[in-house]
Design a protein around this ligand. Sequence first.
Ligand code: NAD
Length: 440
Amino acid sequence: MKKFSIVVAGGGSTFTPGIVLMLLANQDRLPLRALTFYDNDGARQETIAEACKIILQEQAPDIKFSYTTDPKAAFTDVDFVMAHIRVGKYPMREQDEKIPLRHGVLGQETCGPGGIAYGMRSIGGVLELVDYMEQYSPNAWMLNYSNPAAIVAEATRRLRPNAKILNICDMPIGIEGRMAEIVGLKDRKQMRTRYYGLNHFGWWTSIEDLDGNDLMPKLREHVAKYGYVPPTDDPHTEASWNDTFVKARDVQALDPDTMPNTYLKYYLFPDYVVKHSNPNRTRANEVMDHREKHVFGSCNAIIQAGKSSAGELEIDEHASYIVDLASAIAFNTQERMLLIVPNNGAIHNFDADAMVEIPCLVGKSGPQPLTVGDIPNFQKGLMSQQVAVEKLVVDAWEQRSYQKLWQAITLSKTVPSASVAKAILDDLIEANKTYWPELH
Ligand code: NAD
């Protein structure tokens, strides 16, 4: 079986150790000959990488492992780039969340003005990775799950139209896992689903088991009462995530014929979200205090002891969708996956040049989107507004335009007026000075 060379871009990410453990657990499906980490923060990456080096020596000494901040060394001779960068890291995520809240508007990583600010930082970072890949390994594919995926995907569609980049998100996968639990199936792969929308902005229209039995009635009944909280829920689910899964109940009530993506709560119930936010302690604070400390603490313990048992790193099992995607390309499996792709008529009554999230068959030449057909006015109206926001952000980045970015924030369904949008924008510009292009 062919063996592959992978570079993980954003090697210093808190997700990297879980992904390495997941790759090791999937060596039968996607065998590796080389694994490289790349990051532009050498010190952050070193801790994660030195711990992963010990894990790899224990479990798979044959895989050639290295880590670097040099793009040429990182991107030469690779088959896949797995990209999960966070431009500005958690301190900037904290700003994205807290600045809008100061103006009474929700603060969220990928939605509303916070997501727009993050998009303005991410576009340049992701384009740079695409360029390194094309320069040093032109036959490679980039599997990108850096956020905000919708804005990043629109930027790569427009600015690198021929790049071999696939944009994918784990949220529908996480929700499908919960759906499978709710209907009593072993896992999400026991279901066949239809879904359409934008990234973090979509709906399931059909969910069947592999025999074709309709699972929607059972799901509808459960979600109407409990949201996406399965009957025997994991007691370790964090409170803020639990709230999001319960709130899906109200989101679903707006269109009981479908099952919603949880992120729609930010667009449909922004007043509720603001009311339940603490402007002094947001999700970024939770992540810095728990997830980041835990992962770096474990890595340091492993390095000190020289053995992996000294840490408590967990395999990121649900990230195995990345192996599904890589092996679909490598072995032409034609697996059906939700990807963020140009619409090109898949949704008949929607813009051809919008980046939509729809099921695709994936093989060695990339994704083949499935036809969705016509969508109802409710979804179409919401999606048109949100696509316009995402396109205006990319316009603003490309043209260095204050005006376009003001329009983007004003148009976001999470923002009540142009004057509030302007006040938020001016604060975001100040906070993002070292990351955004200068706007005129
Ligand atoms: P993190 O801050 O722990 O890690 C991100 C790493 O990226 C950091 O080490 C940082 O130094 C590095 N980085 C930043 N800019 C870079 C650049 N220009 N070039 C190279 N490296 C750069 O963040 P995290 O919480 O692990 O999240 C990483 C990313 O993955 C985020 O964008 C997050 O939203 C995304 N994510 C996506 C999914 C999904 O399925 N779509 C799921 C989880 C996380």
